[in-house]
Write a protein that binds this ligand. Structure first.
Ligand code: HEC
Length: 220
């Protein structure tokens, strides 16, 4: 299976291990989340999975036991979505050992923003951040916007994003549910878009970057 067929459900990173187990991993503020699915993409109940995460956060090593919560394995600890993180998950899935490794780059916050993006930042932080996180790396209520799906020209062009900001969005990519119509003041949509695009550019989410979406332009 090509990597491009591995679709995360909760905005995280996905790998398929040599044992055919699909592991999704996401960093939240002060926590990590993991979901495990079989080769056919069927969720493996978290109660059939146990294990721990060994994290390198900056230069500090942190070990966190994972706890089952419904479909999700969770752990809380000293970790921020802005951190550079390397994670090694050592799991037992249906009685068999499985390990998976993930990395997250340090969040880049642009030191200067154009005036429109600066306005958009304020609106984003008061209206959007509760679901998409102040880091734009997602929460338990909404996906990351620093994601190749939402790169300029990746099927979510400015028109699509402006329409979402104006009207909300029915759930279609993820398992977060619907996005309600945000409570922005009229005219703030373009400011917010400018901020989202500035954060994406600063973090390498650019047109022509890696797009892991079926139906995207064919590479090579
Ligand atoms: C109550 C939570 C919530 C709030 C507040 C919220 N969103 Fe969302 N947003 C979501 C969810 C959930 C989705 C995913 C829908 C799906 O499954 O594709 C989403 C999707 C998106 C998308 C992708 C849309 C697409 O076409 O796939 C963008 C862009 C976005 N949100 C931007 C924003 C911006 C900007 C704001 C603030 C003005 C905002 N959101 C406020 C929950 C929220």
């Amino acid at each position: 299976m090509a990597d491009g067929m591995l679709m995360p459900s909760y905005g995280g990173q996905m790998v398929e291990t040599p044992e055919g187990v699909r592991v999704e991993f996401a960093v939240r503020e002060g926590a990590i989340r993991t979901w495990v699915r079989d080769h056919g993409d069927k969720p493996i109940p978290a109660s059939n999975v146990s294990g721990k995460a060994t994290l390198l956060v900056g230069s500090k090593k942190v070990e966190l036991p994972l706890q089952a919560e419904g479909e999700t394995l969770v752990a809380t600890g000293a970790i921020s979505q802005a951190d550079k993180v390397t994670a090694i998950l050592s799991l037992t899935v249906n009685g068999k050992p499985v390990s998976a490794r993930f990395t997250q780059a340090e969040l880049v916050k642009p030191t200067t923003l154009a005036p429109q993006a600066e306005m958009g930042k304020l609106a984003f932080e008061s209206v959007c951040a509760k679901c998409h996180s102040p880091s734009l790396r997602g929460t338990d209520n909404g996906p990351p916007l620093l994601h190749p799906y939402y790169a300029p020209g990746a099927g979510h062009g400015d028109d699509v994003i402006l329409a979402t900001i104006a009207n909300g969005r029915k759930s279609h990519h993820w398992k977060f549910g619907d996005m309600p119509k945000p409570e922005l003041k009229p005219g703030q949509e373009k400011d917010v878009l400018a901020y989202v695009r500035a954060m994406q550019a600063a973090n390498g989410i650019t047109a022509g970057g890696p797009v892991m979406m079926p139906g995207g332009h064919s590479g090579h």
